[in-house]
Design a protein around this ligand. Structure first.
Ligand code: SAM
Length: 263
Protein backbone atom coordinates (compact mmCIF):
# COMPACT_ATOMS: atom_id res chain seq x y z
CA UNK A 1 0.00 0.00 0.00
CA UNK A 2 2.73 2.40 1.08
CA UNK A 3 4.83 1.45 -1.96
CA UNK A 4 1.84 2.06 -4.25
CA UNK A 5 1.22 5.44 -2.66
CA UNK A 6 4.89 6.37 -3.08
CA UNK A 7 4.84 5.26 -6.73
CA UNK A 8 1.76 7.39 -7.31
CA UNK A 9 3.45 10.45 -5.84
CA UNK A 10 6.60 9.72 -7.85
CA UNK A 11 4.72 9.42 -11.15
CA UNK A 12 2.84 12.62 -10.31
CA UNK A 13 6.14 14.46 -10.09
CA UNK A 14 7.53 12.73 -13.16
CA UNK A 15 4.49 13.80 -15.14
CA UNK A 16 4.48 17.25 -13.64
CA UNK A 17 8.13 18.05 -14.17
CA UNK A 18 9.73 17.49 -17.59
CA UNK A 19 12.90 18.48 -19.47
CA UNK A 20 12.80 21.74 -21.50
CA UNK A 21 15.54 23.16 -23.81
CA UNK A 22 16.93 26.69 -23.25
CA UNK A 23 18.61 29.06 -25.74
CA UNK A 24 22.18 28.26 -24.78
CA UNK A 25 21.58 24.66 -25.74
CA UNK A 26 21.24 23.46 -22.17
CA UNK A 27 18.17 21.92 -20.60
CA UNK A 28 16.09 23.09 -17.70
CA UNK A 29 12.96 21.62 -16.17
CA UNK A 30 9.35 22.60 -16.75
CA UNK A 31 6.73 22.36 -14.00
CA UNK A 32 3.26 21.43 -15.29
CA UNK A 33 1.89 22.38 -11.90
CA UNK A 34 3.08 25.99 -12.15
CA UNK A 35 3.31 26.09 -15.98
CA UNK A 36 6.80 27.48 -15.60
CA UNK A 37 10.43 26.64 -16.34
CA UNK A 38 12.99 26.34 -13.57
CA UNK A 39 15.49 28.70 -15.24
CA UNK A 40 15.66 31.34 -17.96
CA UNK A 41 15.23 30.05 -21.51
CA UNK A 42 18.17 32.29 -22.45
CA UNK A 43 20.50 30.06 -20.47
CA UNK A 44 20.15 28.40 -17.12
CA UNK A 45 23.79 28.41 -16.07
CA UNK A 46 24.55 31.98 -17.17
CA UNK A 47 21.55 33.40 -15.34
CA UNK A 48 22.25 31.56 -12.08
CA UNK A 49 25.93 32.49 -12.24
CA UNK A 50 25.15 36.15 -12.81
CA UNK A 51 22.23 36.74 -10.44
CA UNK A 52 23.10 34.53 -7.50
CA UNK A 53 26.88 34.08 -7.59
CA UNK A 54 28.21 37.30 -9.13
CA UNK A 55 25.62 39.74 -7.76
CA UNK A 56 24.91 37.80 -4.55
CA UNK A 57 27.61 35.56 -3.14
CA UNK A 58 30.60 37.52 -4.48
CA UNK A 59 29.22 40.74 -2.96
CA UNK A 60 28.45 39.03 0.33
CA UNK A 61 31.92 37.52 0.54
CA UNK A 62 33.57 40.87 -0.04
CA UNK A 63 31.34 42.50 2.58
CA UNK A 64 31.09 39.95 5.42
CA UNK A 65 34.26 38.91 7.19
CA UNK A 66 32.39 36.13 9.02
CA UNK A 67 30.66 32.91 7.97
CA UNK A 68 27.80 33.75 5.60
CA UNK A 69 24.43 32.30 6.52
CA UNK A 70 22.71 31.75 3.19
CA UNK A 71 19.05 30.85 2.56
CA UNK A 72 17.79 29.64 -0.80
CA UNK A 73 14.07 29.78 -1.59
CA UNK A 74 13.51 26.95 -4.07
CA UNK A 75 16.41 24.45 -4.28
CA UNK A 76 14.95 22.97 -7.47
CA UNK A 77 17.63 21.34 -9.61
CA UNK A 78 20.41 22.35 -7.23
CA UNK A 79 22.09 24.52 -9.87
CA UNK A 80 22.55 27.56 -7.61
CA UNK A 81 23.82 25.25 -4.91
CA UNK A 82 26.42 23.63 -7.18
CA UNK A 83 27.62 27.00 -8.49
CA UNK A 84 28.01 28.07 -4.86
CA UNK A 85 29.96 24.89 -4.14
CA UNK A 86 32.33 25.65 -7.03
CA UNK A 87 32.77 29.25 -5.88
CA UNK A 88 33.70 28.01 -2.41
CA UNK A 89 36.19 25.54 -3.84
CA UNK A 90 37.88 28.45 -5.63
CA UNK A 91 37.63 30.70 -2.53
CA UNK A 92 38.50 28.59 0.51
CA UNK A 93 38.69 31.67 2.77
CA UNK A 94 34.91 32.26 2.30
CA UNK A 95 32.75 30.34 4.79
CA UNK A 96 29.10 29.55 4.05
CA UNK A 97 26.28 27.74 5.79
CA UNK A 98 23.60 27.07 3.15
CA UNK A 99 19.97 26.32 4.00
CA UNK A 100 17.83 25.38 0.98
CA UNK A 101 14.04 25.12 1.06
CA UNK A 102 12.23 22.85 -1.39
CA UNK A 103 8.68 21.53 -0.84
CA UNK A 104 8.52 19.72 -4.21
CA UNK A 105 11.76 17.79 -4.73
CA UNK A 106 12.75 17.17 -8.34
CA UNK A 107 13.06 13.42 -9.05
CA UNK A 108 16.75 12.51 -9.19
CA UNK A 109 16.08 10.61 -12.45
CA UNK A 110 15.29 13.90 -14.16
CA UNK A 111 18.23 15.73 -12.62
CA UNK A 112 20.47 13.08 -14.20
CA UNK A 113 19.39 14.34 -17.65
CA UNK A 114 20.38 17.95 -17.05
CA UNK A 115 23.56 18.97 -18.89
CA UNK A 116 25.07 21.11 -16.12
CA UNK A 117 27.82 18.58 -15.53
CA UNK A 118 29.63 19.25 -18.79
CA UNK A 119 28.72 22.95 -18.86
CA UNK A 120 30.09 23.81 -15.45
CA UNK A 121 32.65 21.06 -15.19
CA UNK A 122 31.25 19.10 -12.28
CA UNK A 123 31.16 15.31 -12.20
CA UNK A 124 27.66 13.95 -12.73
CA UNK A 125 28.17 11.52 -9.84
CA UNK A 126 28.91 14.42 -7.47
CA UNK A 127 25.88 16.38 -8.66
CA UNK A 128 23.67 13.35 -8.11
CA UNK A 129 25.32 12.70 -4.76
CA UNK A 130 24.13 16.13 -3.58
CA UNK A 131 20.61 15.20 -4.68
CA UNK A 132 20.78 11.90 -2.80
CA UNK A 133 21.72 13.62 0.47
CA UNK A 134 19.00 13.21 3.09
CA UNK A 135 16.49 15.94 3.56
CA UNK A 136 16.41 17.82 6.85
CA UNK A 137 19.94 16.85 7.81
CA UNK A 138 23.06 18.99 8.08
CA UNK A 139 26.18 18.07 6.10
CA UNK A 140 29.72 19.40 6.03
CA UNK A 141 30.35 19.50 2.29
CA UNK A 142 33.74 21.26 2.40
CA UNK A 143 35.78 22.66 5.30
CA UNK A 144 34.25 26.06 4.46
CA UNK A 145 30.77 24.87 3.38
CA UNK A 146 27.96 23.29 5.39
CA UNK A 147 24.55 22.53 3.95
CA UNK A 148 21.04 21.45 4.82
CA UNK A 149 18.11 21.08 2.43
CA UNK A 150 14.72 21.20 4.06
CA UNK A 151 11.67 19.61 2.48
CA UNK A 152 9.32 22.45 3.48
CA UNK A 153 7.80 25.67 2.18
CA UNK A 154 8.99 29.12 3.12
CA UNK A 155 5.86 29.56 5.27
CA UNK A 156 6.58 26.35 7.15
CA UNK A 157 10.21 27.29 7.63
CA UNK A 158 9.39 30.77 8.82
CA UNK A 159 6.85 29.51 11.32
CA UNK A 160 8.95 26.63 12.64
CA UNK A 161 10.68 27.45 15.92
CA UNK A 162 14.46 27.57 15.64
CA UNK A 163 16.58 25.23 17.72
CA UNK A 164 16.90 26.65 21.21
CA UNK A 165 20.22 28.18 22.10
CA UNK A 166 21.72 26.32 25.06
CA UNK A 167 18.55 24.21 25.29
CA UNK A 168 16.30 27.13 26.21
CA UNK A 169 14.27 29.25 23.83
CA UNK A 170 14.33 32.94 24.58
CA UNK A 171 10.99 34.71 24.32
CA UNK A 172 11.69 36.07 20.84
CA UNK A 173 13.00 32.78 19.53
CA UNK A 174 9.94 30.70 20.27
CA UNK A 175 7.74 31.76 17.39
CA UNK A 176 9.56 32.64 14.20
CA UNK A 177 12.98 32.37 12.74
CA UNK A 178 14.23 35.88 12.39
CA UNK A 179 17.37 37.72 11.43
CA UNK A 180 19.29 34.58 10.62
CA UNK A 181 20.47 35.17 7.10
CA UNK A 182 23.13 37.36 5.52
CA UNK A 183 22.20 36.43 1.98
CA UNK A 184 18.98 35.11 0.44
CA UNK A 185 18.80 33.56 -3.02
CA UNK A 186 15.15 34.32 -3.79
CA UNK A 187 14.58 31.95 -6.70
CA UNK A 188 10.83 31.32 -6.64
CA UNK A 189 8.81 30.74 -9.80
CA UNK A 190 7.84 33.98 -11.57
CA UNK A 191 5.19 36.29 -10.06
CA UNK A 192 2.81 35.51 -12.95
CA UNK A 193 3.02 31.78 -12.14
CA UNK A 194 3.24 31.66 -8.36
CA UNK A 195 2.01 35.08 -7.21
CA UNK A 196 1.77 34.20 -3.53
CA UNK A 197 5.56 33.93 -3.35
CA UNK A 198 5.85 37.62 -4.27
CA UNK A 199 3.08 39.03 -2.09
CA UNK A 200 4.03 41.50 0.57
CA UNK A 201 3.38 38.99 3.38
CA UNK A 202 5.95 36.64 1.89
CA UNK A 203 8.39 39.49 1.33
CA UNK A 204 7.84 40.50 4.96
CA UNK A 205 8.98 37.01 6.00
CA UNK A 206 12.11 37.43 3.90
CA UNK A 207 12.73 40.84 5.46
CA UNK A 208 12.37 39.36 8.94
CA UNK A 209 14.67 36.48 8.08
CA UNK A 210 17.42 38.83 6.89
CA UNK A 211 20.15 39.99 9.25
CA UNK A 212 20.92 43.63 9.69
CA UNK A 213 23.31 44.31 6.76
CA UNK A 214 22.02 41.21 4.99
CA UNK A 215 20.49 41.26 1.51
CA UNK A 216 18.51 39.24 -0.99
CA UNK A 217 19.00 38.78 -4.71
CA UNK A 218 16.48 37.71 -7.32
CA UNK A 219 16.25 37.58 -11.10
CA UNK A 220 12.89 39.40 -10.95
CA UNK A 221 12.94 43.15 -11.65
CA UNK A 222 9.25 43.99 -11.56
CA UNK A 223 8.31 47.49 -10.40
CA UNK A 224 5.74 46.13 -7.93
CA UNK A 225 8.37 43.92 -6.30
CA UNK A 226 10.74 46.85 -5.90
CA UNK A 227 8.02 49.08 -4.47
CA UNK A 228 6.99 46.40 -1.97
CA UNK A 229 10.57 45.78 -0.90
CA UNK A 230 11.05 49.50 -0.31
CA UNK A 231 7.81 49.68 1.68
CA UNK A 232 9.16 46.97 3.96
CA UNK A 233 12.33 48.94 4.60
CA UNK A 234 14.77 47.38 2.16
CA UNK A 235 17.07 49.57 0.10
CA UNK A 236 16.63 48.39 -3.46
CA UNK A 237 19.34 48.20 -6.08
CA UNK A 238 18.94 47.24 -9.74
CA UNK A 239 22.13 45.70 -11.11
CA UNK A 240 22.16 44.70 -14.76
CA UNK A 241 20.34 41.44 -15.35
CA UNK A 242 21.82 38.31 -16.89
CA UNK A 243 22.45 37.97 -20.64
CA UNK A 244 21.16 41.32 -21.83
CA UNK A 245 18.24 41.59 -19.39
CA UNK A 246 18.07 45.19 -18.30
CA UNK A 247 17.81 44.60 -14.56
CA UNK A 248 17.64 42.20 -11.66
CA UNK A 249 16.97 43.09 -8.02
CA UNK A 250 19.05 43.25 -4.89
CA UNK A 251 17.51 44.42 -1.62
CA UNK A 252 19.66 45.40 1.36
CA UNK A 253 18.34 45.59 4.86
CA UNK A 254 20.54 48.43 6.06
CA UNK A 255 21.05 51.43 3.83
CA UNK A 256 24.16 52.70 5.57
CA UNK A 257 26.46 50.87 3.24
CA UNK A 258 26.90 50.49 -0.49
CA UNK A 259 27.62 47.40 -2.50
CA UNK A 260 28.74 49.67 -5.31
CA UNK A 261 25.93 49.04 -7.73
CA UNK A 262 23.76 51.44 -9.72
CA UNK A 263 20.47 52.18 -7.98
C1 SAM B 1 12.70 28.66 -10.22
S1 SAM B 1 12.66 27.13 -9.35
C2 SAM B 1 14.18 27.14 -8.45
C3 SAM B 1 15.39 26.76 -9.24
C4 SAM B 1 16.57 26.37 -8.35
N1 SAM B 1 17.01 27.44 -7.50
C5 SAM B 1 17.72 25.77 -9.11
O1 SAM B 1 18.89 26.19 -8.92
O2 SAM B 1 17.48 24.85 -9.88
C6 SAM B 1 11.51 27.49 -8.05
C7 SAM B 1 11.48 26.44 -6.95
O3 SAM B 1 10.69 26.91 -5.87
C8 SAM B 1 10.05 25.79 -5.29
N2 SAM B 1 8.92 26.25 -4.47
C9 SAM B 1 7.59 26.26 -4.81
N3 SAM B 1 6.85 26.71 -3.77
C10 SAM B 1 7.72 27.02 -2.76
C11 SAM B 1 7.55 27.50 -1.42
N4 SAM B 1 6.33 27.80 -0.95
N5 SAM B 1 8.65 27.65 -0.64
C12 SAM B 1 9.89 27.35 -1.13
N6 SAM B 1 10.11 26.88 -2.40
C13 SAM B 1 9.04 26.71 -3.20
C14 SAM B 1 9.64 24.98 -6.50
O4 SAM B 1 9.34 23.65 -6.18
C15 SAM B 1 10.86 25.13 -7.39
O5 SAM B 1 11.78 24.09 -7.18
Amino acid sequence: MLIQARQKIFSFYMENIRLEPTQDGSFTLFSEQFQEIYHSRRGAVQESQHVFIQEGLEKASSFFAKKINLLEIGWGTGLNFVLTYQYLLRNPHVQVHYVALEPIPVPVDLVGHLPYFSQIGIKKELFLHFHHLDWNKKYDILPNFSFEKLNITLDEFYESPPAPKGGVNTKEETKFREENFDLIYFDAFAPSKQPEMWEINTLQQLYNLTNDFGFLVTYCAKGQLKRDLKTLGFTVESPNGAMGKREMTRARKNNNYELGIKN
